[in-house]
Ligand binder design. Structure first.
Ligand SMILES: Cc1cc2nc3c(=O)[nH]c(=O)nc-3n(C[C@H](O)[C@H](O)[C@H](O)COP(=O)(O)OP(=O)(O)OC[C@H]3O[C@@H](n4cnc5c(N)ncnc54)[C@H](O)[C@@H]3O)c2cc1C
Length: 402
């Protein structure tokens, strides 16, 4: 039986990036995924430029459109125009993007096995064993990149699962509308092919509805904290019917999926014995806008030198460095994202107030634009926002916190 240096469970952005980087560090890597790629992954497919910048290869071939900021809609219909003449991110179909990343892991030299569902993982102190429905594999170290329902995390006792107040439930629909409709609804004046993403506050509690444009498809969806809603589908359908009437469209639904996403800072523990967690399995999703791909990719990158050192020194205690490294990279984003979510989603009134400030005050507008585009640290932007509210909009400030 081959003993791998590292076994990676899950070939999403976190697992594929990790596997590629591990091989580049000279490690012998096995990646297992239960699906056969390309596979559908419920996701709006909107990335800040940080995703593209973090990769060590071009993702141009899977970019469907470039985003030039955002258009935010308040509960009462105020439009906050956060578009800018420069690009702020990209829009992809996750099936294409994830397939590209998996191919890049394989191309680098990782052994990739698709269609192998992992059912159990064990760590006996000296090596790890991963059991799939058909095989068992052993390795020195294990990386759980298997998303929100991580079997690695559950098998090895990292956690039991994400509770309803620590996860968001989401609906995601891909609707074929044609390129002209995409441009009519989401186009920008700066670039004939460019678009803004649209975010709607109000239709669902503690979350939002979105319309993310692709080449000829509009991705619609709704997400909110799981304990705050018991009829997400009904609320979304109601909103969608109105949207279709308003824009006079009759789209062909290409896919209709739902999924959960972590919605609270990170998992308490991301390193245990000979295993680490990356991406959604570790809870690396911004609780404000559910952006998770950048941290999934970055967690795989951060893990690589640590795993190499752990293999070289044959010392699993080295893995603790991974926790230190990811905390210094994005702990603040997760923490501040959670504070922003608490303030914004507290009530429909708060969503309305913040949108109104964003529409009327250029400083607040800039904060909103930069936050979603990831252009400055969340900590700095949150401070700027609070200072601005206290000094220029004290009445609104009082209403936000009462
Ligand atoms: C509706 C929705 C919209 C979103 N929109 C955005 C967005 O626009 N931008 C953004 O940045 N983020 C978005 N996110 C979050 C983003 O999708 C995740 O943060 C990201 O996919 C995390 O990547 P990952 O590699 O950690 O996990 P995943 O992408 O979930 O990949 C996990 C992989 O593990 C495999 N797997 C799972 N269990 C097993 C098993 N037992 N055995 C073997 N393999 C297994 C799965 O098949 C999958 O391929 C969205 C999430 C949802 C639900």
């Amino acid at each position: 039986m081959t003993e791998y240096d590292v076994i990676v469970v899950g070939g999403g952005p976190a697992g594929s990036t990790a596997a590629r980087r591990f091989v580049q560090q000279g490690l012998n890597v096995l990646l297992l995924d239960k699906e056969t790629f390309p596979r559908v992954k419920p996701c709006a497919g909107g990335f800040t430029d940080h995703v593209e910048n973090a990769l060590d290869f071009s993702m141009e071939e899977v970019i469907q459109r470039r985003a030039y900021g955002q258009t935010i809609h308040s509960p009462s219909g105020i439009i906050v125009d956060c578009s800018r003449p420069e690009t702020s991110g990209s829009l992809v179909m996750r099936s294409d993007f994830d397939h590209l990343l998996l191919k890049k892991a394989e191309e680098a030299g990782a052994v990739v096995k698709q269609g192998e569902k992992v059912v159990k993982a064990t760590d006996d102190g000296n090596f790890v064993t991963v059991t799939t429905e058909s095989e068992a594999y052993t390795g020195k170290y294990l990386v759980g990149a298997d998303g929100i329902n991580s079997i690695v995390a559950k098998s090895l006792g990292f956690y039991k699962g994400w509770t309803k107040d620590s996860a968001a439930v989401c609906i995601e629909i891909e609707a074929e509308v044609g390129e002209e409709v995409v441009k009519r609804i989401c186009g920008v004046p700066f670039d004939e092919e460019g678009v803004t993403i649209h975010i709607f506050f109000g239709p669902v509690p503690y979350g939002y509805v979105w319309c993310f444009p692709k080449r000829s498809i509009l991705s619609f969806g709704a997400g909110c904290r799981q304990d705050k809603v018991d009829n997400l589908r009904g609320l979304f359908d109601e909103w969608f019917e109105k949207f279709k009437r308003k824009h006079n469209i009759d789209p062909q639904i290409v896919s209709d999926t739902s999924a959960r996403v972590p919605f609270k800072e990170a998992a308490k523990t991301t390193v245990k014995g000979r295993a680490i967690l990356v991406g959604d399995a570790a809870g690396f999703v911004n609780p404000y806008d559910a952006e998770g791909v950048v941290m999934a990719v970055k967690s795989g990158i951060i893990a690589a030198p640590v795993l190499r050192e752990a293999v070289e020194s044959a010392n699993p205690l080295i893995l603790k460095q991974y926790e230190k490294a990811w905390k210094s990279e994005f702990k603040d984003t997760l923490k501040v994202g959670r504070n922003v979510a608490k303030l914004l989603f507290k009530s429909e009134r708060n969503m309305e107030t913040i949108c109104r400030l964003g529409a009327e005050d250029p400083v607040m507008n800039d904060v909103m634009y930069k936050m979603i585009s990831g252009l400055e640290s969340y900590k700095t932007l949150y401070r700027t926002m609070l200072k601005r509210i206290l000094t220029k909009h004290p009445k609104a400030g009082v209403s936000l916190y009462t």
